[in-house]
Design a protein around this ligand. Structure first.
Ligand SMILES: Cc1cc2nc3c(=O)[nH]c(=O)nc-3n(C[C@H](O)[C@H](O)[C@H](O)COP(=O)(O)OP(=O)(O)OC[C@H]3O[C@@H](n4cnc5c(N)ncnc54)[C@H](O)[C@@H]3O)c2cc1C
Length: 497
């Protein structure tokens, strides 16, 4: 019966479908986190936007689980499902640029099969020097990234990625294509556009296109790089860093991200050293940037690799370093206020990294604040406007060692519970979505959850776009130590369960 229906579906598509057993299917179900291996009943590859509507209607008519796959970086695999329909957007990849002669900037409009690499490359090729406020990893895709908020290396200067979203096109569960954005005047469009700026991917419909502002950097090239310290210096280094980035005159044009974990020893590349790395990205002149990082250099790092590059060059050079790249992974985040990267946090880091069960695991943090605070916490669905640091742990272990899952998950979970406690955590980041996050609605969305739920119930009254942690799901894993790993191995649960 369903086979007949699939044949009928194919007749109505300009694109194609893949089914289990077909050669390319196995490749199509792979995502960044190799631990996640779901087998949908069929994968639809739309060739034109109309295919998106046709495919959604098919899933709804046959009451099949449904997910949308962009760049495939959902840490929990919510872009996939078991036994249902996956809409894989990758062949919808047209990009156009509209310059604005009055401002010298403009907008770029991309279909939602693109990844950030495509948008950076496209803008590089315009020769304008304008940049999108996009992701640090070039293989991450705009839809998942922006629907969850989106932190860019230059967000302290230009705001979050969603603050640069001008409009989007979305196919909602009723099958309508809506063009919503800053131009919208109808209340329901204003509400939906609000929800799409931080409410998280996969909740309200299928976004087919985004129009985003592209910005002129202060200087063509920026100071970028990494300054590495031995991990045991973490208390001294974070003691300085935490105060430095809180100084009143610390410029919005400077962001200083962090890394904790193993890196190759500079001399003996066959061994690892445990390091605390700081990554400055200064949106301005190299020499000015060098002056700003003097305090860090005086702390006697192991080495300082500092480059003068355009932002896209930096993304291509450095952006793949945090990929899980098909290994097994568990990811968790926390959100810290100003002053949160304190010396108690440093002690937690030293202890956890020293005792990590896998040498491949690492943690990073994003440096927030600056222009991101120009929007109120309820100005868009992205609530953590006053956050300063967004740490993320990536526990990574070998794919062929499923028996190592529990110890690695427990380690990462406990590490980040302690991290959050020491740093006075105020939440967690939906783009590092974690099926073991207790009270996830509060942690991801804070006071914005009530409005998100109300919009969800209006836009998707039958809850077609549901998954384990979709808006409206009552799933809530317990607080405290990890007792049940099963949420890590599922996407869908019965609505209302
Ligand atoms: C290596 C790496 C680096 C990262 N760097 C950053 C960073 O610098 N800053 C930051 O803020 N985040 C970062 N992230 C997190 C990233 O933003 C999220 O993982 C994001 O959800 C990825 O989106 P995606 O489209 O690539 O993934 P997907 O897994 O394809 O999608 C994520 C979610 O969005 C939904 N979705 C996808 N496409 C659509 C669509 N067209 N319409 C509606 N829903 C859709 C999916 O169903 C899924 O629920 C990084 C992640 C990784 C793995």
């Amino acid at each position: 019966m369903i086979s007949t229906a699939i044949n009928e579906l194919v007749r109505h598509l300009s694109g194609y479908v893949l089914l289990p057993g077909e050669a390319e299917y196995e490749e199509a179900i792979r995502i960044d986190n190799g631990r996640i291996q779901f087998r949908p009943r069929l994968i639809i590859f739309p060739a034109v936007v109309e295919d998106v509507r046709v495919g959604l209607k098919f899933a709804i008519t046959h009451n099949l689980p449904f997910s949308v796959k962009g760049g495939g970086h959902s840490a929990a695999g919510y872009c996939m499902n078991e036994g249902g329909v996956v809409m894989a957007m990758k062949n919808l990849n047209k990009i156009t640029f509209r310059p604005n002669p009055e401002t010298g900037e403009g907008t770029v409009t991309a279909e939602m099969g693109v990844i950030w690499y495509d948008v950076y490359k496209f803008m590089q090729n315009t020769g304008t020097g304008l940049i999108p406020i996009g992701g640090g990893c070039p293989t991450v895709a705009p839809p998942g990234f922006m629907l969850g908020g989106g932190y860019s290396f230059v967000s302290r200067t230009y705001g979050m990625s969603v603050d640069n979203l001008v409009s989007l096109k979305i196919v909602t569960p009723d099958g309508e294509m809506r063009h919503i954005g800053l131009h919208s005047t109808a209340k329901e469009d204003i509400d939906l556009f609000w929800a799409c700026r931080g409410g998280g991917g996969g909740n309200f419909g299928i976004v087919t296109e985004m129009e985003m502002a592209v910005r002129k950097p202060r200087t063509e090239k920026m100071l970028v790089g990494q300054i590495r310290f031995p991990l045991e210096k973490a208390e001294e280094v974070l003691g300085y860093y935490n105060n430095w980035v809180s100084e009143k005159n610390f410029p919005n044009e400077m962001a200083v991200y962090g890394f904790m974990g193993n890196q190759k020893d500079l001399v003996d590349k066959t061994t690892n050293v445990k390091v605390l790395g700081l990554t400055p990205v200064f949106n301005g002149d190299f020499a000015e940037g060098i002056n700003l990082v003097q305090g860090l250099l005086k702390l006697k790092p192991i080495n300082a690799d500092l480059y003068n590059m355009t932002l896209p060059e930096w993304e291509f050079f450095n952006g793949n370093t945090t990929k899980v790249a098909g290994r097994s992974s568990y990811i968790r985040s926390t959100v810290l206020p100003e002053g949160g990267m304190n010396t108690d946090v440093a002690k937690v880091i030293i202890d956890a990294i020293t005792n990590a069960p896998s040498p491949d695991s690492f943690a990073v943090w994003t440096h927030a604040g600056g222009a991101m605070e120009n929007v109120a916490p309820d100005g868009t669905a992205y609530v953590h406007r006053h956050a300063r640091f967004i740490p993320e742990i990536k526990a990574i272990w070998d794919l062929d060692k499923p028996g190592d899952t529990l110890k690695n998950v427990e380690w990462a979970h406990d590490f980040f519970e302690a991290f959050g406690k020491a740093g006075n955590a105020t939440g967690a980041y939906v783009n590092y979505i974690d099926p073991l996050q207790h009270d996830w609605t509060k942690m991801y969305y804070g006071d914005n959850y009530a409005r998100l739920l109300e919009i969800k119930q209006r836009v998707d009254p039958h809850n077609y776009f549901h998954f384990q942690q979709s808006i409206g799901s009552t799933f809530n894993p317990p607080a405290g130590p990890v007792t049940d790993l099963s949420p890590l191995n599922r996407t869908q649960i019965k609505p209302g369960a």
